[in-house]
Design a protein around this ligand. Structure first.
Ligand code: 5GP
Ligand code: ZN
Length: 119
């Protein structure tokens, strides 16, 4: 159920400390950790501690936490020294868009040329 821990969810296991991750920043409501398969020199995933499968369910179920995810992404950008040079925040939504983990996560990507429109 949205908002409740999902025993089968990889990112819930990272929040619980049951799966290791390289954590960059943590807040009361969010965790930011490095992607295991980075697509850019800076590639950090920002997630809510609570389980919501995608961006829309988070925005409707816990809108303040959706804002927290964006604020944490901004704080990570500052932490990584990419806030001024520019970065991209990506929310893949649905398998057809490349979402593979159904616990909402914002990708923060920076440190290389980022083409627009994306491939
Ligand atoms: P999606 O494709 O769902 O938008 O993004 C899922 C991301 O999670 C991928 O970029 C993938 O590399 C990352 N990922 C998958 N498994 C793990 C893991 O066990 N640890 C970490 N840190 N990242 C993971
Ligand atoms: Zn989860």
């Amino acid at each position: 159920m949205a908002g409740e821990p999902d025993a089968n969810c990889l990112f819930c296991k990272i929040v619980a400390g049951e799966v290791p991750a390289t954590v960059v920043l943590e807040t009361e409501t969010t965790v930011a950790f490095r992607d295991i398969n980075p697509q850019a020199p800076t590639h950090v995933l920002v997630i809510p501690r609570a389980h919501y499968p995608n961006a829309l369910s988070l925005a409707t179920g816990a809108p303040a936490v959706a804002a927290d995810v964006l604020a944490t992404a901004g704080a990570v950008a500052e932490h990584e020294g990419v806030a001024d040079s520019g970065y991209r925040i990506v929310l893949n939504t649905g398998a057809g868009a490349g979402q593979t983990v159904f616990h909402v996560h914002a990708h923060l990507l920076a440190g290389r040329g980022l083409e627009w429109p994306p491939g």
